[in-house]
Design a binder for this molecule. Structure first.
Ligand code: NAD
Length: 492
């Protein structure tokens, strides 16, 4: 693995990408992006105003209504989207390095799980573009009736900072391949990688206006997009709280449709006959990979009481050895949280969990060793005996904080797994495969992993039940969020 400490990050020009060109933001406002590993400003990003949103939406609208992008052959569109993926791959190291500065993500994770994964998603959806079709319908004999599968129009993609490019590509891939045009608003915490993505789009020949990228604040640019009458769909990944604001904005404007990938409080259920070595490892990395800033983080361990104490001890022991530090150092296992706000938020959860009677087994404090003192580092944290109904059992921390609870029967474990408002992911660990499959049916979550955790593939759908979301990213099912069916009747 390359030692990214010897590489120099090159940030993009602080300009918005509108109608195929890099332009200055109207008001000249900027956003200070802070490197969470040292607390220093690493980039001054452009900050879109409501007027910039207007320009970007008008560009996307015109590209949809007045150019051949939505009606050109799917194969031609596929070629351009595939090239977009290739351009991203060509620049993956430079973009991954910038991500380590914006987000604190490990360089190796930024490279593989974010930038390369984003390129893979673009190429996967490009390969499906010319497989989308309508159908001929068996109606009364004196009619020929068929459906056309058409793009929705202008899609506003509003995305978070934790996997800045792969989550974006999960939306851009199917949206563009199906012939929509897009205005992308990245998170205010990770605008630089999104602008580098825009450079790749330009270099790949994505036509002017088809993709517009406007970093900005959620309350300004995000809000203006969500209320805009010329936006047809919002493709959102982020918090359940913001999703409610988007739903209100849609209701109060033009009833634009929404696809929502939201939060989680995902359980891993460990039965007494589980393959314990693998389970310990998967439980540790299920919560501590990407510093717990993962929507599908396995943030709750539900453990059979007969193995509860030894299992918690093993997880805590491994957690205590995790090397926390510079995300560019190849030996680091966990980087800093994305921001001081996120660190304060996680520390607040820790304090309240102790107050609520949970037992802190390991961690629970900032890591200030050496150079870490200047950054937003939190030690991997494990709580045991978390009380049913308490905040730590119910609410998403979005940080490296694990909640462990014992159970006495499988029914109790399922009730506990399902007893939160979220339903994004879950796992079951047991050597009894029939039982594992039976339990998978009882869990109300969009993804269930059996004797494994956090497996992703472009071919497998991902999304939530309950308050974890609407619709599915990845797999051919993603096209359902970016296309609509038109029914055509002909009298014979
Ligand atoms: P967030 O909701 O605060 O922000 C997400 C995006 O919404 C950002 O671009 C932000 O600027 C924008 N935004 C904020 N307020 C807005 C408003 N009023 N109107 C329009 N846009 C607005 O979420 P976050 O902190 O960036 O991300 C963390 C959350 O995302 C967690 O809850 C996590 O679980 C969730 N997430 C879910 C998935 C998934 O696939 N299910 C993946 C990653 C993250």
């Amino acid at each position: 693995m390359t030692d990214a400490r010897s590489m120099k990050a090159e940030f993009p020009a602080a300009k918005l990408f509108i109608n195929g060109e890099f332009v200055d933001p109207g008001g000249g406002a900027t956003i200070d992006v802070v490197d969470p590993s040292n607390g220093r400003v690493c980039y001054r990003a452009p900050c879109a105003s409501a007027e910039d949103v207007e320009r970007a939406v008008q560009a996307a609208r015109a590209a949809f209504d007045q150019t051949k992008w939505p009606t050109m052959s799917a194969a031609s569109r596929a070629k351009i989207v595939r090239r977009f993926g290739e351009k991203l791959l060509e620049r993956r190291e430079a973009i991954a390095l910038v991500e380590t500065h914006e987000n604190g993500k490990l360089y190796r994770d930024a490279l593989a799980e974010d930038v390369s994964a984003a390129a893979g998603a673009l190429q996967y959806f490009a390969s499906l573009a010319d497989k989308l079709s309508g159908e001929t319908l068996p109606v009364r004999g004196d009619f020929l009736t068929y459906t056309l599968r058409e793009p929705l129009g202008v899609v506003a993609a509003i995305v978070p900072w934790n996997f800045p490019l792969s989550l974006t590509a999960w939306k851009l891939g199917p949206a563009l391949a199906a012939g929509n045009t897009v205005v992308l608003k990245p998170s205010e915490l990770t605008p630089a990688s999104a602008l580098m993505l825009a450079e790749c789009a330009r270099d790949a020949g994505i036509p002017a206006g088809v993709l517009n990228v406007i970093p900005g604040l959620g309350a300004v640019a995000g809000d203006a997009l969500s209320r805009h009458l010329a936006v047809d769909h919002i493709a959102f990944t982020g918090s359940t709280r913001t999703a409610r604001a988007l739903l209100r904005a849609s209701a109060e404007s033009n009833l634009k449709t929404l696809s929502l990938e939201l939060g989680g409080k995902s359980p891993q259920i460990i039965l007494a006959d589980a393959p314990l070595d693998e389970a310990v490892e998967a439980c540790v990395w299920g919560i501590f990979s990407n510093k717990g800033e993962v929507c599908s983080a396995g943030s709750r361990l539900l453990i059979d009481r007969s193995i509860y104490h030894s299992f918690v001890e093993r997880v805590a022991e491994r957690a205590s050895r995790i090397k926390v530090g510079d995300p560019r150092d190849p030996s680091t296992e966990m980087g800093p949280l994305v921001s001081s706000t996120q660190l304060d938020n996680a520390m607040g959860f820790v304090a309240r969990a102790i107050e609520a009677g949970a037992r802190l087994v390991v961690g629970g404090e900032r890591d200030t060793a050496g150079a870490n003192g200047a950054g937003f580092f939190l030690r991997p944290t494990v709580f045991a005996d978390v009380r049913p109904g308490s905040e730590l059992e119910q609410e998403e921390v979005f940080g490296p904080v694990l909640a462990c609870m014992p159970f006495d029967s499988v029914d109790e474990a399922i009730a506990s797994a399902n007893g939160v408002r979220y339903g994004l992911a879950a796992s079951v660990w047991t050597r009894d495969t029939a039982r594992a499959h039976a339990l998978a049916r009882k869990i109300r979550a969009g993804v269930v992993w059996l004797n494994t955790y956090d497996q992703f593939d472009t071919a497998a759908p991902f999304g939530g039940y309950k308050q974890s979301g609407w619709g599915r990213d990845l797999s051919p099912a993603a096209f359902d969020s970016y296309t609509q069916k038109k029914c055509v009747w002909t009298r014979l």
